[in-house]
Design a protein around this ligand. Structure first.
Ligand SMILES: [Zn+2]
Length: 250
């Protein structure tokens, strides 16, 4: 079921065991070849395709398009929320639905900058609403081994406006890809960062034109296979939350 297409009476009468699926994305620079809304478009579309397969067990929310994108602000068009604002918005969307009796929430993310805020928001919600089920994942984390198997360039995972994102956009939204401008980008630090160290950097420091990866390898069929795997992953997450889980002694 798609929340935005329902009336309030239909929501009043809906099953409270439905898994509320909330896509989160961004509006931020994606290099010279992909549109600003890429992360929101991809996360939302993956969730829409999953909803088509699980219409009776999930309630799909509109994608939240404002993400934590301070690391992309050097390029015009990027809009960012502070982490606090972003967490407040996501929390209050979920609290609205908790107040109407829903209790199962699955946040499917399309933008790396939202990963930590999504986790913090859901941890705080769990502390406040212990009866709730809260889970989150990047759709790109649900691909399993598929990404490594289908990506043709040297980078075997999703990064930013990379082969993977450009391929998925070619599959789903070909008119939005500036094919003639696809480029490889991403600078390595010299000396290399010590293993295990997370350095906070902005994209104008680590790229030439804002993308990071090997987008010149992008291919429609690669995109189709990545999306198919992501949709299967989201369907699996819906089923897991929908069916309920218990903990047993191993
Ligand atoms: Zn992206």
């Amino acid at each position: 079921m798609v929340l935005g297409n329902l009336t309030w009476r239909e929501v009043r009468d809906a099953d409270r065991e439905l898994v509320c699926v909330i896509p989160t994305g961004s509006i931020e620079q994606h290099g010279p070849h992909l549109p600003l809304l890429t992360d929101t478009l991809l996360a939302t579309k993956v969730c829409e395709l999953a909803e088509e397969r699980r219409q009776n067990s999930c309630l799909l929310y509109p994608g939240i398009w404002l993400g934590c994108s301070s690391h992309h602000m050097a390029m015009p068009g990027t809009c960012t929320a502070s982490a606090g604002t972003y967490i407040a918005v996501l929390t209050e969307v979920i609290e609205s639905s908790l107040s109407h009796g829903f209790r199962k929430f699955l946040v499917i993310n399309g933008h790396g900058g939202n990963t930590e805020p999504n986790g913090i928001a859901l941890r705080e919600l769990k502390a406040a609403y212990n009866e709730g089920f809260f889970a989150h994942a990047g759709y790109f984390s649900l691909l399993g081994d598929v990404a490594a198997g289908v990506l043709r360039g040297p980078l075997k995972s999703i990064r930013h406006a990379c082969e993977a994102e450009a391929s998925m956009m070619l599959h789903l939204f070909p008119d939005l890809v500036r094919v003639g401008l696809l480029r490889d980008d991403g600078l390595e630090s010299d000396p290399p960062a010590p293993a295990g160290l997370t350095v906070i950097h902005h994209f104008d420091e680590v790229t030439e034109e804002g993308s990071w990866g090997y987008a010149t390898h992008a291919d429609k069929e690669t995109g189709r296979r990545l999306i198919e795997a992501a949709v299967a992953g989201v369907v699996g997450a819906i089923d897991y939350l929908g069916n309920g889980y218990v903990f047993r002694k191993s």
